[in-house]
Design a protein around this ligand. Structure first.
Ligand SMILES: *Cc1c(COP(=O)(O)O)cnc(C)c1O
Length: 394
């Protein structure tokens, strides 16, 4: 790291720094692999406005998970027709705020009814997508009940017959962080077939299939292989061809972490260093309240004996999900084994245990990788009234 950058970080830590060129490059990887598709950036991944603007400039639309995110997407310059609002439990107030400003994806039959009544009161007819809890799954296990979407088997001409709603699209999202192309391709084929089946329901005319996300990113280069986009490209091309002679709908893919996870780094500062009964602690500013995920991985390990391979989405808690380093200290100097703990008054606030680092001093910067997705946005920044980390896109 050069001195200018280090000075900047010293002045601003705790902070997140996002690498604009890497985000742009990731957008292009997806666009090149699947030129037939419309991509949506999942705003909840990282809602920092300059980040949304960066992906918007690459032609990405938005996957908004709240009415607030619809407005963030609009603020970033994304046109209404490329903003898809999908979440469970939209309130009438949400609907009132965003009506006409995005494509609404209804999450339940009762929500379709609410929407229909709302449109009727305005004297309008409204198009809407539906999120579906399908009979297929990502890994081939049995379908399960879930809080997302409408069970596929409940979709009939009668159940979808609302006077002021036209169903024009489907949305499925089952799982994140898939790195096996064959799994993802089978899932895409299943979604496409589902779109055909729903389109055959009288009264429905499918104009878009939203395949959700699933596109994984590499957290740990030592044991993960990047997704094979050549393989994905072949399947999507085949589906696009089928689509041309059948539905002629938009093929939409969502993505969050693939664009921003590796492009983000969290920097914090060592506020104190102490030894307790032979164990060395680096106490850093804004530990879990600045970046939650590493601490969650430690909590899981302490309570279950191991890191869970996949935490609860979108927390990804595999070993190696981020790495720690000291940019000011030479890597070939003397090392020590330390725990990195935050400055909160809770024992939960431990970011790393028993890791080997160069010998550190109070005031040193600690660098944490893979912090671009579900970083600050998923961290309890309000806790204990600490100053929240700053964010920069450079
Ligand atoms: C969170 C979410 C995503 C983004 O998932 P990533 O793994 O970050 O790509 C996409 N679609 C839906 C519906 C989501 O809830």
């Amino acid at each position: 790291m050069n001195q200018t950058m280090l000075d900047f970080i010293k002045q601003n830590a705790p902070c997140y720094i996002y690498d604009k060129s890497m985000i742009t490059e990731r957008c292009r990887v997806l666009r090149n692999a699947m030129p037939e598709a419309l991509f949506l950036y999942s705003v909840k991944t990282n809602p920092f406005l300059p980040v949304i603007k960066t992906v918007a400039a690459e032609g990405f639309g938005a996957d908004a998970a709240s009415s607030g995110e619809v407005f963030k997407a609009l603020e970033a310059g994304i046109p209404s027709e490329n903003i898809y609002y999908s979440s469970p439990g939209k309130t009438l107030e949400d609907i009132d705020k965003i009506f006409g400003k995005c494509v609404i994806i209804a999450d339940s039959l009762s929500e379709l009814e609410t929407l229909s009544d709302y449109a009727a009161a305005k004297g309008e007819t409204c198009s809407a997508g539906i999120r579906i809890n399908p009979l297929f799954t990502m890994d081939g296990e049995a379908p399960s009940p879930g809080k997302f979407g409408i069970d596929e088997e409940l979709l009939t001409p009668e159940s979808l017959d609302f006077p002021n709603i036209k169903v024009t699209g489907i949305h499925v999202h089952l799982k994140s962080q898939i790195l096996d192309a064959a799994t993802l391709c089978r899932y895409y084929e299943n979604c496409f077939d589902l779109g055909q089946r729903i389109n055959a329901i009288p009264g429905v005319c499918i104009e878009f299939i939203n395949f959700g996300s699933g596109i994984g990113t590499v957290y740990d280069k030592a044991c993960e292989e990047p997704l094979d986009f050549n393989r994905i490209a072949l399947t999507v091309k085949k589906l696009a061809k089928q689509n041309e002679t059948t539905l002629r709908g938009k093929l939409i893919f969502e993505t969050g972490r693939f664009l921003v996870c590796n492009a983000g780094t969290y920097y914090t500062k060592i506020a104190d260093k102490k030894v307790s009964r032979g164990r060395t602690y680096l106490i850093v500013e804004n530990g879990l309240n600045g970046f939650l995920r590493p601490a969650m991985a430690q909590v899981l390990k302490r309570n279950t004996g191991s890191y869970l391979e996949f935490g609860q989405e979108p927390l990804y808690t595999s070993p190696g999900q981020c790495s720690f380093s000291l940019p000011e200290r030479p890597e070939d100097g003397e090392n020590e084994i330390v725990d990195i703990a935050g400055n909160l008054c809770t024992s939960l606030d431990v970011m790393a245990e028993g890791i080997t680092l160069p010998i550190a001093k109070t005031g040193d910067i600690v660098e944490v990788t893979n912090a671009g997705s579900y970083g600050l946005t998923l961290s309890p920044a309000m806790f204990s009234s600490h100053r929240p980390p700053k964010e920069f896109l450079l």
